[in-house]
Ligand binder design. Structure first.
Ligand code: GLA
Length: 346
């Protein structure tokens, strides 16, 4: 038995034990394994800019995170600026004075991949909830192919988070919308990691359409504010019975991580371990330019990351719960027929 570095404290620290003695599971590229990267929302909200994004890309490349497998730099909401008369998307010229292509190019020049954001309806969530008046009419609705061609063929982005605030307002059918968006992406000829952001498991159709899908509310409704432990627990609980929908290349997304955003070191370990064993995409939400050595030690723990990146593509099952706060979770590793397991106690 191989014990990972995490100190066991059953109150709030998860320990993961590999019931094998191998570390050959880690995959840096694996397009079929959960996405690993960073996203702007939890830390910066709509206060993003070319400099902020480039700074995070620099930090990911130089801090050891890229070497540990993190590769996506995802630009979340906050950059929209309406559309031109021909329908093409406009980008906020104050925040991104050079537009989006140079930002994607810069991210790629660091050996990383670039993520973009939109909505399946007409308006963005930022328009509805974060004062982004220029987020009206910039969603994909009635612009699927035009936007996908621009974002993936012309600008070269690699990841797409597609939200649903505008979709809800228009009462659109989720399966129809996300299927059409996937088709538009396919027509670009680019391989794009599609994240369906419907804030709940949206139906079995999503396992064919999305590389991942958000299965909960936002982990943090107030970007920039400190994490809320009860919300993290709520997300864990919600994912308990979604294991059957997880398969190679298709994952339950537990939202951006809150590690390194104000919780004590010992508490920060648990969500990272649980996101890993539940095969969630690992999208960091902290400011990578101001990462403490302790935060970095959690986020670059390659043995725990290996549990997340195991190519079997299953997520952990809850094995037992004593009703008094102790749970045991186990995840198949190294093939469905294998007897190898990662085990978490929390
Ligand atoms: C929704 C999503 C968040 C974030 C914001 C941006 O709330 O769930 O993750 O993308 O929109 O406005």
């Amino acid at each position: 038995m191989k014990t990972l570095n995490f100190k066991t404290n059953l109150c709030y620290v998860t320990a993961i034990f590999l019931l094998i003695s191998t570390n050959a599971l880690f995959s840096q590229t694996g397009s079929k394994t959960p996405a690993m990267g960073w996203a702007s929302w939890n830390q910066f909200g709509v206060n993003i800019s070319e400099n902020v994004i480039k700074g995070q890309a620099d930090a990911m490349a130089s801090s050891g995170l890229a070497a540990a497998g993190f590769q996506y730099i995802n630009i979340d909401d906050g950059f929209f600026y309406g559309r031109n008369t021909d329908g093409t998307l406009k980008i906020n010229p104050t925040k991104f004075p050079n537009g989006m292509k140079p930002v994607a190019d810069y991210i790629h020049s660091k050996g990383l991949k670039a993520g973009f954001y939109s909505d399946a309806g007409a308006n963005t969530c930022g328009y509805q909830y974060s004062g982004q008046t220029m987020g009206a009419g910039v969603g994909l609705y009635e612009h699927d192919q035009q936007d996908c061609d621009l974002i993936f063929k012309t600008w070269g982005f690699d990841y797409y988070k597609v939200d649903y605030c505008g979709g809800l307002v228009l009462k659109l059918d989720e399966k129809t919308r996300y299927t059409a968006i996937r088709q538009a992406i396919i027509k670009t000829g680019r391989e794009v990691n599609l994240n369906v952001c419907r804030w709940q498991f949206p139906g079995t159709w999503v396992t064919e359409v999305g590389d991942s899908w958000r299965m909960s509310r936002d982990i943090n409704f107030v970007p920039g504010s400190t994490p809320t432990w009860s919300v993290i627990m709520e997300i864990l609980d919600l994912n308990t019975f979604l294991a059957p929908y997880c398969s190679p290349g298709h994952y339950n997304d537990m939202d951006m991580l809150e590690v390194g955003r104000g919780m004590p070191f010992e508490e920060d370990k648990k969500p990272f371990s649980m996101w890993c064993i539940l095969s969630s995409p690992l999208l960091l939400g902290n400011d990578l330019t101001k990462m403490s050595a302790q935060t970095k030690s959690i986020l670059t723990n390659t043995e725990v990351i290996a549990v997340n990146q195991d190519t079997t593509g299953l997520q952990a099952h809850l094995i037992s719960d004593n009703g008094a706060g102790l749970q045991v979770w186990a995840k198949n590793l190294n093939g469905k027929q294998s007897l190898e397991r990662a085990v978490a106690f929390q």
